[in-house]
Ligand binder design. Structure first.
Ligand SMILES: NC(=O)c1ccc[n+]([C@@H]2O[C@H](COP(=O)([O-])OP(=O)(O)OC[C@H]3O[C@@H](n4cnc5c(N)ncnc54)[C@H](OP(=O)(O)O)[C@@H]3O)[C@@H](O)[C@H]2O)c1
Length: 322
């Protein structure tokens, strides 16, 4: 319980953006960077001289965010919009093609965008439960298609500096069923939007550890998941009463962005730590729930293989859009 308490009430960060050197020459994508935590991540990266792509479905919102960042930060790198609709798999390849027209490499991908507890029955364009689609299937496909660009960056970067970041949530450790995900719920989702949100966030943890296992050592790419920390953002737009109740526990998005920035840029997150889980405001968790840690390991390595199963589920659902 102490481990959970310290995520509700984290100690002050010991690593902040002040520890980040110039990111000139680095190329970053922050999905959902037009609002909330992602906006703060994009701002910090821009301030450090990075080339930052804010990926999202609304160009208007992204351009507004870009203008706001450029007004507040006097000198920075560059900011661009990348069109990305995570709940429509048929559009994602075109987003990656548009990115490839401008860039040959990608240093860090923050799979930050997400949706939480939309109205019951909300579906993606392909008819999948919306949270599973937006939080897992879209980012899975996006990441798969971007892998060659991450590999290109890894060829000329210091070991462990090319990364993919996946957004989990504390609610997984607090409330996910044993093993994180009940596989049958992926095809027959329960009529409980909190439960399906938890499933999608456990899915993000599993995609992180599984990507680390698959391309970590061979391609020199780090893949980690995190609980950013509870932040006062638009995420609970569909559950205002829940936001009201949680308000005393919600921190500024800047702090949660520190967790994401730590995951993407801190030298503490090495290839040896690949697949790890990061907690607020930038600490590698050493106390992850045991059944979730076991799910991330293959059965031959003493785990349950659930993460691999989930990866294969995502592979099957996205195959036609590769
Ligand atoms: N805030 C917290 O306390 C908390 C806690 C744990 C985890 N997280 C995670 O942190 C991440 C960021 O959330 P936030 O709190 O910053 O909330 P937010 O302000 O609502 O940000 C979510 C972003 O995702 C984008 N998005 C949603 N659906 C999309 C789609 N189909 N295609 C493309 N982009 C889409 C949203 O764009 P639109 O404006 O167009 O909808 C928005 O920019 C999420 O993954 C969330 O699960 C947050």
């Amino acid at each position: 319980m102490g481990a959970q308490f310290s995520q509700f009430f984290p100690p002050s960060p010991t690593w902040t953006d002040a520890d980040v050197g110039s990111q000139d020459g680095k190329v970053f994508i922050v999905t959902g960077g037009a609002s909330g935590i992602g906006f703060e991540v994009a701002k910090m990266l821009y301030r450090k001289g990075g080339k930052v792509y804010i990926a999202g479905r609304s160009e208007e919102k992204a351009q507004k965010a870009i203008k706001e960042i450029q007004t507040t930060v006097s000198e920075g790198g560059s900011l661009e919009f990348l069109h990305l609709v995570l709940d429509d798999l048929s559009t994602i390849k075109a987003s990656v093609e548009a990115f490839k027209e401008k860039e040959f490499k990608l240093d860090v991908l923050w799979n930050n965008a997400g949706v939480s507890q939309p109205p019951l029955g909300s579906l993606s364009k392909q008819g999948t439960e919306l949270q599973l689609a937006t939080n897992c299937l879209g980012p899975f496909l996006f990441t798969q298609l971007l892998l060659p660009l991450l590999e290109a960056a890894a060829e000329t970067s210091s070991p462990g500096s090319v990364r993919v970041i996946w957004l989990g949530s504390q609610i997984v450790e607090l409330s996910a069923p044993q093993g994180g995900i009940v596989m049958s719920e992926l095809t027959s989702p329960p009529q409980d939007q909190t439960r399906t949100y938890i499933t999608s966030k456990a899915g993000n943890m599993f995609l992180a550890s599984e990507l680390a296992r698959r391309v970590g050592q061979s391609h020199n790419i780090v893949s980690v998941s995190l609980n950013p920390g509870a932040a006062n953002t638009n995420l609970l737009r569909y559950s205002p009463w829940m936001k009201f109740l949680a308000r005393p526990l919600l921190y500024k998005p800047e702090l949660a962005a520190t967790t994401e920035l730590f995951a993407g840029l801190s030298a503490e997150v090495t290839l040896e730590e690949n697949g790890c889980y990061i907690i607020p405001w930038g600490r590698i968790s050493r106390t992850l729930r045991q059944d979730l840690a076991a799910a991330s390991k293959l059965t031959e390595d003493g785990g349950t293989g659930r993460a691999k199963e989930f990866w294969e589920f995502c592979e099957n659902k996205t195959r036609d859009y590769m």
